[in-house]
Design a protein around this ligand. Structure first.
Ligand code: ISC
Length: 471
């Protein structure tokens, strides 16, 4: 087990918290209010994934986010307050929900600690309305977790968000916190061989290939004859296992096999989970410094260093891949400029993942204090890395060729704190888990010069890497 350089607070002895909560309650009584309190405590090292595994209830919503390269992981368990909506106004309503809740939250604890204080977890679907009536997630969910366990640079933080009103028993509330702390400190590191038998998978649909390639060919005709420059067409892989998919086992596999991707999972509290390993950051804001990624244009990794270098070289020089990439970069810079930001484009580079490599251009900007992160998310989503250009024509093509609901696939997912810091990624290379069934999603950008066979192979490469991690 990793030894933590950080020691937890001896809060149990701390009378300040008790006094603080009593004061909050007094104020609630006097003013007829209800207040959310966010208590942050440094705790001994724990794996947030294990905490999620052991603390999550099947009937509550949860969220998990990890980036191994950055040494960060965060689990949000159960909700103190949540918003679930559909429709065009979802980003504005989500922003309003967060702002109005923040006005009613008082924080306790050291807010300089990483991931201290209230964090709102947010996830959206690709389209503002899902066509599939029984799709298991609404088009926007925002929640403040009851429990949040995070890790950054080997330091762990527990946040308890709780409602205080006139009838809450403060002693019971504190006892609940002590119990939780004790339970968390008893957790062992993740062991991948616990209670887990290898699964047998059967595929429900085997031959999407010809249909996908026909869609690419048809999209290419449209690209030749219209304003469409690019469309991202996705495919699915439906599998069934002889046992229920194990969320934690899959997440543990994903973080091992994709250490430089964002590993994510959300549960809807009704038995379905959406999980994945995405290389694509939509935005990170830290102290008003924004970073976003233009990520598009791909090649497989080579089997030998020489083959790998040759693939990388071809990718960097390919006019077709650079055109595909440039469409994303131009879109992002234009959209940020429209918001009044001054984007700085960094030199292009390669983003090399375990199975695939991409053209990657990071873009920086300073975010004025009055621009909420969700305004930027709304402005950027969906970029041509997951939709296309021009967007409206790409939407038509996606709806025409994809016979499934995209749902949360290729959509923004992340967190926002009370200072306007945030991290949102794009939920590509993802899967919807539902008991013993899983639907896997991946796509590829189609531009002039795309070859249907190669685009299909790229999608399969992405799907197979994900499938391997699920079992
Ligand atoms: C839409 C996906 O990937 C996008 C992101 C990076 C590179 C892409 C490409 O080269 O086609 C795609 O635009 C996906 O993996 O589902």
């Amino acid at each position: 087990m990793t030894v933590s350089p950080c020691r937890r607070n001896s809060f149990v002895e701390d009378k300040d918290l008790y006094k603080f909560l009593l004061n909050v309650q007094k104020n609630c009584l006097k003013n007829g209010l209800r207040q959310i309190v966010s208590i942050s405590l440094k705790i001994d090292w724990v794996d947030p994934l294990v905490a999620l595994d052991k603390l999550a209830q099947a009937n509550a919503i949860n969220f998990y986010f990890e980036n191994r390269d950055k040494g960060e992981a965060i689990a949000g368990i159960d909700a103190v307050t949540k918003l679930q909506i559909n429709g065009e106004e979802r980003f504005i309503q989500a922003e309003y929900f967060i702002k109005s809740n923040l006005r009613n939250i008082i924080s306790f604890g050291n807010n300089n600690q990483a991931f201290a204080g209230p964090h709102f977890f947010c996830y959206f679907s690709f389209f503002s309305e899902n066509n599939q009536i029984d799709y298991p997630f609404p088009s926007a969910t925002v929640f403040l977790p009851r429990w949040q366990i995070s890790l950054k640079n080997q330091c762990c933080t527990l946040v308890m968000n709780t409602v205080i009103n006139s009838s809450v028993n403060i002693e019971i509330l504190l006892q609940n916190l002590r119990n939780k702390l004790e339970f968390i400190s008893s957790l062992e590191p993740y062991s991948s061989n616990v209670d887990y038998l290898p699964a047998n998978l059967s595929r429900k649909f085997v031959a999407h290939g010809e249909r996908y390639k026909r869609s690419v060919a048809s999209a290419l005709e449209k690209i030749q004859s219209s304003e469409l420059n690019k469309v991202v067409l996705a495919d699915i892989l439906d599998v069934r296992s002889n046992q229920h998919f194990n969320l934690f086992h899959s997440l543990n596999n994903l973080r091992k096999t994709h250490p430089n991707c964002y590993i994510f999972a959300t549960s809807n509290g009704k038995g379905q989970n959406f999980i994945g390993a995405s290389p694509e950051r939509l935005i990170t804001i830290h102290n008003q410094q924004l970073i976003t990624d233009a990520l598009a244009g791909s090649a497989p990794r080579g089997k030998t260093p020489a083959e790998d270098a040759a693939n990388a070289d071809r990718l960097l020089k390919s006019e077709k891949e650079r055109h595909e990439h440039l469409l994303v970069m131009d879109f992002i810079t234009q959209r940020l400029t429209q918001l009044g930001l001054l984007p700085q484009v960094l030199p292009p580079r390669l983003r090399q993942l375990s199975n695939i490599q991409h053209l990657w251009t990071p873009i920086n900007a300073i975010v004025p204090a009055n621009v909420h992160p969700l305004k930027i998310v709304a402005q950027l989503h969906p970029t041509p890395a997951v939709a296309g250009a021009a967007r409206d024509i790409a939407y038509e093509e996606i709806r025409r060729h994809e016979t499934f609901e995209r749902g949360l696939y290729a959509a923004p997912l992340g967190w926002i704190d009370s200072q306007g810091n945030c991290e949102f990624i794009v939920g590509i290379r993802s899967a919807l888990l539902d008991g013993d069934r899983a639907r896997l999603y991946a796509g590829a950008g189609i531009v002039a010069g795309s070859d249907p066979d190669r685009e299909f192979a790229e999608v399969q490469l992405k799907l197979q890497a994900l499938l391997k991690a699920l079992v």
